[in-house]
Design a protein around this ligand. Sequence first.
Ligand SMILES: [Zn+2]
Length: 343
Amino acid sequence: MTSPRFDRQVRFAALGAGGQERLERSSVLIVGCGALGGSLAMTLVRSGIGRVVLVDRDVVELSNLPRQVLFEERHLGHAKVQAAAESLARIGGPTRVEAHALHLDSDNLAELAQGCELVLDGTDNLATRYLINDFAIDRGVPWIYGGVVGASGLVMPVIPGAGACLRCIFPDPAPPGSLPTCDSAGVLLPAVSAIAALQAGAALRWLGSDAHGRATFQAQLIELDVWQLEAHHVPATRDPDCPCCGRREFPFLDASPHGSAISLCGRNTVQIRPARVPGARPDLERIAQSLAPFVSDARLLDGLLVFRVEELAFTVFPDGRALIEGTSELDRARSLYDRILGS
Ligand SMILES: [Zn+2]
């Protein structure tokens, strides 16, 4: 018997009582609980998912509040996962929420995802998405990619063994700084809500379906824009020679997480190495131009890109490696790097 709380979901015939019971037995990992992740967590908890595991490395900032629906002014400076867990607890319902305030990496992903039959992407960076994709294909766990910048975004459910994976469509991560980020191009809540709604709809359908229903689930890539009021499907066919789902190479999962960010002893400096494929190099000159309105003194100096942001001095090398002076906090440095250079 399902609770009267979920009566209107049970009345939705495609889900029904059997689907609702499946939702209440399911476990989901949500990576990131800011804009997309917060909307996803709220929807899953309200829908009665059995267990939701949240992981996020950031703290709540003032500029998050226009689009990150679980946070209020009183949460400023608090770890996002703790603030999110508190807001989700106020909804009530049967969901068990587990909160982990840490940076997801190749060392801790398997443990965090233990028992989860689905991974939802609420991250703000490509490196983590390629890591999730490697993990999902290697372990046969579905995940749902979502990304938003400005007023538009992309959604793509990845079902291992049935359709394309992330690397079939985007074989390699774009070089750092080559794509717009929410820090450079801004972002609107309606775009976040729309993308999160499509991700959550796909999640409920997957989790609420029996084996027969899951077999009919078609993975596809959807692009939409809430400013232009446009939505369309983008062809997303599986590449038989895909390095990930075709050749089963998992470089992002195999990479040592300790190489990606290290605190340089005694220098109050963190070094970041972006996840990238050899040969892909950032265009530092173009990045310097795009950063100029947002950070102080962005300029090229002997082939290196230097600028200051939040009292920290960045030096970016031609291979994308960066030294961030003024902090020894790995997560803060890595988070700023991802936000500004869009790794
Ligand atoms: Zn693939």
